[in-house]
Write a protein that binds this ligand. Structure first.
Ligand SMILES: CCCCC/C=C\C/C=C\CCCCCCCC(=O)SCCNC(=O)CCNC(=O)[C@H](O)C(C)(C)COP(=O)(O)OP(=O)(O)OC[C@H]1O[C@@H](n2cnc3c(N)ncnc32)[C@H](O)[C@@H]1OP(=O)(O)O
Ligand SMILES: CCCCCCCCCCCCCCCCCC(=O)OC[C@@H](O)COP(=O)(O)O
Length: 377
């Protein structure tokens, strides 16, 4: 292990990174709260301000992936579609098998200039995660309870609100609805069988309602669906803690651009279309497993310096007062403030560990562990 690698694995470095993320995140959440009156005066200006504030948070995590861990990202895509990425609104359909797939998604958003504005159909529980969840509230992220009877109206309404969004965005949809586990796979293949659908090897059976409602509500606003399939080289399954430890990985992403007009409007036809898409995605994964690459030409958009600049800015802003405080604390020698500071640090560390836990598959929900009733409307 090299010296730099050893340094990256030290607890002290992790504590410093988490301190900067936590304090800067809370400052930004507070600034977002201050934009509330602006929404009444100029909604579009408030949205633009919030996009930039959100960038300050999410780009720190992207910087950790790109600059701290040095993870490389390769894009396989059609060169004719490439110039359109980042210059149009799009619905992104991504496989959901990895703990850091959302972070890889963010990295590609960053490289195409849509990181601050990008959206997702996320489970409601994530809205309560401090910093990220609170930031999403101001970004008009669409939340669902994964109960169609309740989601039908709220999801449509939230999607309608995005029709006049002032900046280009990608809307991420994990149609599998939950992360891949062997048990969830087994159950979902039983559902596939009962519906007479071909079995999938690498994906859960997609839930079609969210996709249909998204396509219908964003028709005329989003230009295309980006069918995206992510894999890591050498069968690796990185975690957020691995990234914090500075381990380097190589992500491969295969993206196909499908114009929105090609997607059927009728709900049943749209559902059938999505099932076919997942059968194709499964075959791309099979190709990757067999050959170690995706079909098609490779384009690797370079990492940009902005995530690192933003991170260094927050580090320099927040580490100096911390150093001052620590020196004063130690030189004062009084035991009570020292104990209070240790307690505060421990609470902060536990809080961040809990947030990291939200990304861990073995702490995931039980959604998909049982069969929901067939043809529930
Ligand atoms: C590469 C570039 C990347 C760009 C990235 C861009 C932006 C990034 C931005 C942010 C990044 C942050 C990421 C945060 C990640 C958070 C993600 C999540 O929270 S995922 C979970 C939430 N999302 C979803 O669930 C979306 C998919 N779900 C749906 O669409 C659902 O339909 C629903 C709308 C949520 C409704 O849920 P419900 O459970 O009520 O589903 P259904 O009505 O669909 O279920 C009944 C239906 O399913 C069949 N069924 C039953 N059991 C199963 C089973 N085990 N598996 C599969 N299917 C099952 C059942 O027969 C019914 O079928 P039918 O519809 O035919 O009647
Ligand atoms: C600068 C770096 C600092 C790192 C330290 C701090 C990191 C704190 C990170 C908190 C991140 C919280 C974002 C949560 C995103 C989780 C995405 C996700 O994958 O959600 C799962 C759902 O899709 C499905 O849930 P399940 O049904 O599988 O259950």
């Amino acid at each position: 292990m090299g010296l730099l690698q050893l340094l990256k694995s030290q607890l002290l470095c992790h504590l410093i990174i988490c301190y900067v993320f936590l304090v800067s995140g809370l400052i930004i959440n507070l600034l977002q709260l201050c934009t509330l009156p602006l929404w009444l005066l100029s909604k579009q200006l408030a949205r633009r301000v919030n996009i930039r504030l959100a960038y300050c948070i999410s780009s720190q995590m992207v910087a950790a992936l790109e600059w701290w861990s040095g993870t490389e990202c390769t894009l396989y895509t059609d060169p004719e579609s490439y110039p359109l990425y980042g210059n149009e609104n799009a619905i992104v359909v991504l496989n959901h098998s990895y703990e850091i797939d959302f972070l890889c998604g963010w990295t590609f958003c960053e490289r195409f200039g849509v990181l601050g504005s990008s959206k997702v159909l996320a489970k409601k529980d994530l809205a309560y995660v401090p910093i990220i969840g609170w930031m999403w509230y101001f970004l008009e992220i669409v939340f669902c309870k994964r109960k169609w009877e309740e989601d039908r109206r709220t999801v449509s309404q939230s999607l309608q609100n995005l029709r006049d969004y002032p900046e280009k965005y990608w809307f991420l949809l994990y149609c599998e609805g939950t992360r891949f586990t062997p048990k969830k796979h087994q159950i979902s293949m039983q559902v596939a069988e009962s519906k007479g659908l071909p079995k999938l090897k690498y994906h859960l059976l997609p839930r079609t309602k969210g996709f249909w409602v998204t396509v219908q509500n964003l028709r005329g606003t989003a230009a295309a669906v980006y069918d995206s399939t992510l894999n890591f080289r050498n069968n690796e399954a990185p975690t957020l803690l691995d990234i914090l430890n500075g381990k380097k990985y190589h992500a491969d992403l295969y993206v196909r651009r499908i114009p929105l007009e090609m997607i059927p409007e009728d709900e049943a036809e749209c559902a059938a279309w999505l099932h076919k898409l997942y059968q194709e995605k499964d075959s791309f994964q099979e190709h990757y497993t067999q050959t170690g690459c995706f079909p098609g030409p490779v384009v690797s958009p370079p990492r940009r310096p902005w995530t690192l600049i933003n991170w260094l800015f927050w580090c320099s802003l927040l580490l100096y007062p911390l150093a001052l405080l620590l020196t004063q604390l130690i030189s004062s020698g009084s035991i009570l403030p020292i104990l209070a500071s240790v307690a505060l640090c421990s609470a902060g560390s536990l809080g961040v560990r809990w947030m990291i836990g939200q990304t861990e598959i073995n702490r995931g929900s039980s959604y998909g562990n049982t069969k929901a009733p067939l043809n529930s409307n």
